[in-house]
Design a binder for this molecule. Structure first.
Ligand code: SF4
Ligand code: SF4
Length: 294
């Protein structure tokens, strides 16, 4: 068995094997730089934070989970916040709900680092928590807001803590981020983002209807190296599109948990994956003929 990514590097070169990863890091860095430019340099292209922001004093953006927590807490929600929610919903309905996770969220850098370290060190064991736990935690954040009358989750939300901390100083927030790193590294593979984070869960719900999708369009060329499963932060989403042709499954990754990170596109030496749309998902004819009534 060759090391993960070696086949792709030999077939396509280093750049083509890391293109999406590098673009994502550039996107995450650029988002952070835009938020930091105001407080640090007095260049207020974007005001606010990931919870609510205004770009160029015109374009509002509101985090959906923060807004529904505010509603659950009984707070009056301003028109601008609702407008910001509409902008965010529209944006992620096009590019994929969890694109937020892989292209914007700063915690993703930490959890990707933990996953990379796990692979390098060769840690195999992992605790088991259902992937649906994140939806229960999402419900609990809303219940907490309703009980306390405040958006209490935001006090300990690693996403908000890291984002605010990078701009204004981390303080004890490093402890929370370190805990996420150590949890993913030693306790549970892809534990935080793949099983627990309610922000990711909220964007998964939005992603249920999103347009832009990864597709295993050339799955006939798959050589079963399994590198895509090894690097995918939500490997369960690949099973049906890549291996389900015999059961009539189309090649598009329809699971809302796919983060549109593009790592499967990067890592595949056979160029099986590409970016496509949810509507370009032909049902496998092999599956149709196998299951058609006689
Ligand atoms: S699951 Fe949560 S912490 Fe992970 S990348 Fe998504 S929003 Fe960020
Ligand atoms: S299926 Fe591909 S794009 Fe989706 S999360 Fe996995 S590696 Fe990323």
């Amino acid at each position: 068995m060759t090391a993960i990514g070696i086949e792709a590097i030999q077939a396509k070169g280093w750049w083509a094997t890391h293109r999406w990863l590098l673009l994502r890091r550039l996107s995450q860095l650029s988002v952070m730089a835009l938020f930091m430019a105001g407080p640090w340099l007095g260049l207020w292209l974007v005001k606010g934070n990931l919870n609510h922001s205004r770009t160029l004093d015109v374009l509002p953006m509101t985090d959906p989970l923060v807004l529904i927590q505010s509603l659950a807490a009984g707070h009056a929600v301003e028109r601008n916040a609702l407008l910001g929610l509409a902008v965010v919903l529209l944006f992620y309905l096009i590019i994929g709900g969890r694109a937020y996770c892989s292209w914007v969220c700063p915690v993703n850098v930490v959890t990707d680092a933990a996953a990379w370290l796990r692979r390098r060190i060769g840690i195999r064991g992992s605790a088991h928590i259902s992937r649906s736990a994140r939806y229960w935690i999402l419900g609990m954040t809303l219940a907490l807001a309703a009980i306390t009358g405040s958006i209490a989750w935001e006090m300990i939300n690693p996403v908000s803590m890291l984002h605010r901390g990078l701009i204004f100083g981390m303080g004890a927030g490093w402890m929370v981020i370190l805990a996420v790193l150590l949890f993913d590294l030693f306790v549970m593979s892809r534990g935080w983002c793949g099983h627990l984070c309610p922000v990711g869960a909220c964007f998964s719900l939005i992603g249920r209807w999103s347009l832009l999708r990864v597709s295993a369009e050339r799955r006939d060329s798959c050589n079963n190296c399994m590198d895509c499963f090894a690097v995918c932060p939500e490997p369960q989403v690949l099973r049906s599109p890549l291996k389900g042709a015999a059961k009539g499954a189309g090649p598009v990754v329809m699971s809302p948990n796919c983060t549109n990170c593009g790592r499967c596109i990067d890592i595949c030496s056979k160029d099986v994956f590409t970016l496509s749309s949810r509507f370009n998902n032909p049902v496998s004819m092999a599956g149709v003929s196998a299951t058609a009534p006689k």
